[in-house]
Write a protein that binds this ligand. Structure first.
Ligand code: GLN
Length: 317
């Protein structure tokens, strides 16, 4: 039985349904399957060339000179699908518009019936929706929940990859649970704590003043041998980008290390902690830098590849 994938969108337009559908096509082709892309839309864009590109996206020009919908451009550039290929392994159907619009109800009903007829093993629906952008790890934003999630991952040997605030959470959790410092926190969230295990550099006494501004952009980290980060990068010196104000507090470095926390990367002068890891754990890594800025879908930074590998191994158990 040939497979069917329906892609729908919710909340509002321009969510990236077309890119999602095209990316699915690209991934399936990478696995050796043939795909066909179909777009069904309640609004027929007769002349995409005259439509507002801010609302509808840029036009895509075909060989015959047609100014077509952007989705066609995504399909054509992400996949090798040809419109009239007779037999394919997977047909990806993108339903235009937003679920809830009365114009697309017949398409949604048709999809429902087709999924019912084909059976769940042969047909799936993928819904793309809006996640309000809780962007960046700054300010109070459910820190306690994050600390609990980190503890659960550590104690249940589930892979954990903490980036920037994610590393700071890893440190706070370790200090609270393993060292028993219930009030351990970042001074960003609690100014009064007796255990500011993450703090601004100017709040730390034994470090020269770097200033209270954001640490931004490319800098070098030195990776220690025998650590997960070193294993991932395969080299002692790396350059990644930073975007944060708070740092692992050096005043508590010795206590945390004695309690088992593995400090796995430092700045070349040894002054700042760039990465730490859980001991005796399959894959629990926190990094103060942001490897996502230099990562690409087809060329991921090593830590992403290793993390996904650890998740796959965990899921396979
Ligand atoms: N708020 C934290 C800091 O400034 C973490 C920032 C981040 O996650 N980018 O250090």
């Amino acid at each position: 039985m040939k497979k069917l994938i329906f892609v729908t969108g919710g909340v509002c337009s321009s969510l990236g349904k077309g890119v999602t559908a095209s990316s699915l096509g690209c991934l399936l082709e990478a696995r050796g399957l043939s795909v066909r892309m179909v777009k069904i839309d309640p609004c027929l864009n007769v002349d995409a060339g005259t439509m507002n590109p801010y609302q509808h996206g840029e036009v895509y020009v075909t060989d015959d000179g047609a100014e077509t919908d952007l989705d066609l451009g995504n399909y054509a550039r992400f996949t090798n699908a040809v419109a009239d290929s007779p037999e394919v392994d997977v047909t990806i159907v993108e339903i235009g518009g937003t679920v809830g619009d009365m114009e697309s109800i017949p398409f949604l009903e048709a999809a429902r019936q087709l999924i019912h007829e084909a059976g769940k093993e042969n047909a799936v629906s993928v819904h793309v929706t809006l996640v309000p952008r809780v962007s960046g790890g700054f300010g109070q934003r459910g820190i306690l929940g994050m600390v609990r999630a980190a503890r659960w991952a550590r104690e249940n040997r589930m892979p954990y990859f903490g980036i920037c605030l994610g590393m700071q959470i890893l440190v706070i959790e370790y200090a609270r649970t393993v060292l028993g410092w219930a009030d351990a926190n970042s001074s960003e969230f609690d100014q009064e704590t007796a255990h500011p295990v993450v703090s601004l550099l100017e709040e730390q006494v034994d470090v020269r003043n770097y200033g209270g501004t954001m640490r931004l952009g490319r800098s070098e980290s030195v990776l220690k041998e025998g650590t997960r980060v070193r294993e991932a990068y395969g080299t002692a010196s790396i350059h990644e980008r930073h975007r944060h104000r708070y740092e692992f507090s050096n005043a508590f470095r010795a206590d945390l290390e004695k309690a088992g926390l593995r400090i796995s990367a430092l700045t070349p002068d040894g002054g700042l902690v760039e990465s730490c890891e859980w001991p005796d754990h399959p894959w629990g890594v926190g990094v103060q830098f942001h490897p996502e800025f230099k990562s690409r879908p087809v060329a991921p930074r090593p830590l992403f590849a290793k993390f996904i590998g650890a998740c796959t191994a965990y899921g396979g158990k």
